[in-house]
Write a protein that binds this ligand. Structure first.
Ligand SMILES: NC(=O)c1ccc[n+]([C@@H]2O[C@H](COP(=O)([O-])OP(=O)(O)OC[C@H]3O[C@@H](n4cnc5c(N)ncnc54)[C@H](O)[C@@H]3O)[C@@H](O)[C@H]2O)c1
Length: 285
């Protein structure tokens, strides 16, 4: 059984019977145990949103979490939530776009927990009010958005991979976006470009480090209910999004975290260089 960590983290359990049946009519029986026992995960942007949700879920499955964020209060809150629920977490503060900060945060995390097995490159910014069409972009804006969403992954992997190698392998999970898969009339060109480049970086890392038993995959979420979207989600826009998504709703952060858990765990042991779209069917239309 997995330990229960966090208010919304469910416990794993054996399921038998139910409506789903295997071909021969035998009851489906799935033994679910903790997916990440003994693992240490470095999660960027773990102070809020999907990063916090993944921290709670990974901890429920036995991982110890290095909570990396630029927001000290948010990071501490995530750590407290995990500790209250019996998980182990350590906050490291810094800007993921700055190499020296990332180097220090990774070193501190390894010092706290002795190893590193999972790098979850989740931190990102979506400034819909400032990041629009190339026609409106200025250099400072472009550089900052691309640094946080793309360059951060370079620093985390540069300084994290030596520890994954030392551990005999590991899993890197990058967070892209459906914005990288299609063009939209409401443009966010710096964000879109950064997320698009992450697809190429994901494949390059997957191929370079496969021989080290290090896998690297990317998740493309559709729209997810997090503090990132909150300032922009008017009732009218929410309705518009819901109407455009075949499953008829915006995702809960848990629905992305559970895919990240799968990619972090040995259940996805033959997956590397893959793109996993989690968008309620939006880009399948
Ligand atoms: N929410 C969505 O609809 C959506 C859709 C597709 C992709 N994504 C991607 O998912 C990821 C998580 O998004 P979210 O919605 O949970 O975001 P969020 O804004 O709710 O949380 C992001 C976290 O990252 C931290 N952060 C921001 N800049 C940082 C920096 N420079 N250094 C360190 N930490 C920093 C923030 O403090 C915050 O805790 C992002 O990469 C985002 O682009 C989000």
């Amino acid at each position: 059984m997995a330990r229960r960590v966090g208010s919304s983290a469910g416990s794993a359990r054996a399921i038998s019977g139910g409506r789903h049946r295997q071909g021969g009519g035998a009851p489906l029986r799935v033994e679910l145990g903790p997916r990440l026992p003994g693992k240490v995960a470095f999660i960027t942007g773990a102070g809020m949103g999907m990063g916090r949700e993944a921290s709670l879920l990974f901890a429920a499955h036995g991982a110890r979490i290095v909570v990396a964020d630029i927001n000290a209060e948010a990071a501490q809150e995530t750590v407290e939530l995990m500790r209250k629920a019996g998980g182990e977490a350590h906050a490291v503060l810094g800007d993921v776009a700055v190499e020296a900060d990332v180097k220090r945060m990774i070193a501190t995390g390894v010092q706290a927990f002795g190893a590193l097995h999972i790098l979850y490159n989740n931190a990102g910014v979506l400034w819909k009010d400032r990041d629009r069409s190339v026609l409106e972009t200025d250099e400072a804006q472009w550089d900052r958005v691309v640094a946080i969403n793309l360059k951060s992954v370079v620093w985390v992997t540069k300084h994290g991979i030596p520890h994954l190698r030392k551990a005999g392998g590991g899993s890197i999970i990058n967070v892209g976006s459906v914005s990288a898969l299609a063009g939209f009339t409401r443009a966010q060109d710096a964000y879109t470009s950064a997320k698009g480049a992450l697809i190429s970086l994901t494949k390059s890392l997957a191929i370079q480090f496969a021989k080290d038993n290090i896998r690297c995959n990317i998740i493309h979420p559709g729209i997810v209910e997090t503090p990132m979207q909150a300032p922009y989600l008017t009732e009218a826009l929410r309705k518009e999004f819901q109407a455009g998504i075949p499953l008829g709703r915006i995702a809960h952060p848990r629905e992305i975290a559970s895919v990240a858990l799968f990619l972090a765990s040995d259940e996805s042991s033959f997956m590397t260089g893959a793109e996993v779209v989690v968008d309620g069917g939006f880009t399948a239309q």
